[in-house]
Design a protein around this ligand. Structure first.
Ligand code: PLP
Length: 379
């Protein structure tokens, strides 16, 4: 057969070139938090939930001791997995490290779901879940929320015989909502044994000890739970791209089969080990966050008569709803004029909401005062 006969193109039509799979074409790329205004000015970045205290000095010092850049990193992140295991009481063989926890979320979807399968999560869940589902050709299924939080009954009602993976972030981003240990246990107990529950604990270190959602215990005791954590948030290492996950040995072996062979850099491994060891920095970051978040939420609650409603948050940010005369977009733009980058989320179905990361005390005071001024001007 000649080439012209093999092609279903008209002979005079140019070949359109490689076409991505239709499920890849349907993906809306992840929108990162911005650090610049529309007109190019550098802003204080409160749009990506980074740690306002920066990075532990011990972690910064560890960069100097990292293995040489000319050498490939330890493919198994051995020292890091041992440090994670020691801190959390987990067998290091049940830990896998990733290029950020994002890598692990994507690998979990890819390993357990494919074309025709369903990946389930809640409305206003972390935007990576939709991408992770579509990347492998699976069908993303969104359960309705209950006032921006998880509606457990609605989530359970959508579990079908096609469901392969359920993603839950606790606390959740962008809402800040939180599920108790009993809630998480309830969700897990109702899932069939062949459905993987991915519990994304990116903000778990911001919780008080008594608020622990029991995820690590579930991952230790059941064969269908993967818990993921990150060094990007409280540990202040977002730029180094390192996260980890724990679950049954079969799950860890599966993720190890498909992850990047050298997926955590020398610098990231060294800094993450040191960051884990600096409990004072973690405690200071948590205390700062809790105190400033409470103050910020209280200042916003005083603006309730303007239709401004901060959602209760257990994380290092607050999602604020603007349901009155002042719009979230106007506040986003007004804060950018005053030098602050915040996260307006129309692309996630939240044109009425603004997510603001907890920054320094002075920054939060300035932002609360600016929102009050804008609210009073809007009437
Ligand atoms: C920030 C965040 C992550 C962390 O992503 P990394 O790839 O580890 O930086 C994971 N899940 C949620 C819900 C997040 O908000």
């Amino acid at each position: 057969m000649r080439a012209a006969e093999m092609s279903d193109q008209q002979p005079d039509m140019p070949n359109p070139g490689p076409r991505p799979k239709p499920w890849i074409e349907a993906i809306h790329a992840y929108v990162p938090g911005k650090a610049k205004s529309a007109d190019g000015r550098e802003l204080v970045k409160l749009s990506a939930n980074e740690n306002p205290l920066g990075t532990s000095p011990a972690a910064l010092a560890a960069f100097a001791d990292a293995a040489p850049a000319a050498r490939y990193p330890d493919p198994d992140s051995t020292a890091l997995r041992e440090a994670i295991g020691a801190l959390h009481g987990i067998d290091p063989a049940r830990v896998v490290c990733g290029t950020g926890s994002d890598e692990l979320l994507n690998l979990a979807a890819q390993a357990y779901a494919g074309p025709g399968d369903e990946v389930l999560y809640v409305r206003y869940g972390f935007s990576v879940y939709d991408i992770a589902a579509r990347r492998c050709g699976a069908i993303p299924v969104e359960a309705p929320d209950a006032d921006y939080g998880t509606d457990i009954a609605a989530l359970q009602a959508l579990v079908s015989d096609k469901t392969r993976v359920v993603f839950l972030a606790n606390p959740n981003n962008p809402t800040g909502s939180y599920m108790t240990r009993a809630d998480i246990a309830r969700v897990h107990a109702a899932l069939p044994a062949d459905v993987l529950l991915v519990l994304d604990q990116a903000y778990a270190e911001y919780l008080a000890p008594e608020e622990d959602d029991g995820g690590l215990d579930l991952a230790a005791r059941h064969d269908n739970v993967l818990v993921t954590r990150t060094f990007s948030k409280i540990y202040g290492l977002a730029g180094e791209r390192v996260g980890w996950g724990t679950g049954a040995p079969e799950i860890i072996a599966t993720l190890n089969r498909i992850r990047g062979p050298f997926n955590v850099t020398n610098h990231a491994q060294a800094a993450a080990v040191a960051a884990l060891g600096d409990r004072d920095f973690v405690a200071a970051s948590r205390a700062h966050n809790t105190a400033e978040r409470e103050r910020f939420v209280a200042a916003l609650q005083a603006l309730g008569n303007h239709g401004i409603r901060p959602l209760p948050s257990k994380a290092n940010f607050v999602l604020i709803l603007f349901e009155g005369a002042l719009s979230a977009e106007a506040v986003h733009d007004g804060l950018a004029e005053r030098g602050y980058a915040t996260r307006w989320l129309p692309g996630q179905g939240l044109p009425q909401a603004l997510r603001i990361t907890i920054g320094t005390a002075a920054q939060m005071d300035e932002i609360a005062a600016a929102i009050r001024t804008m609210a009073e001007a809007a009437g």
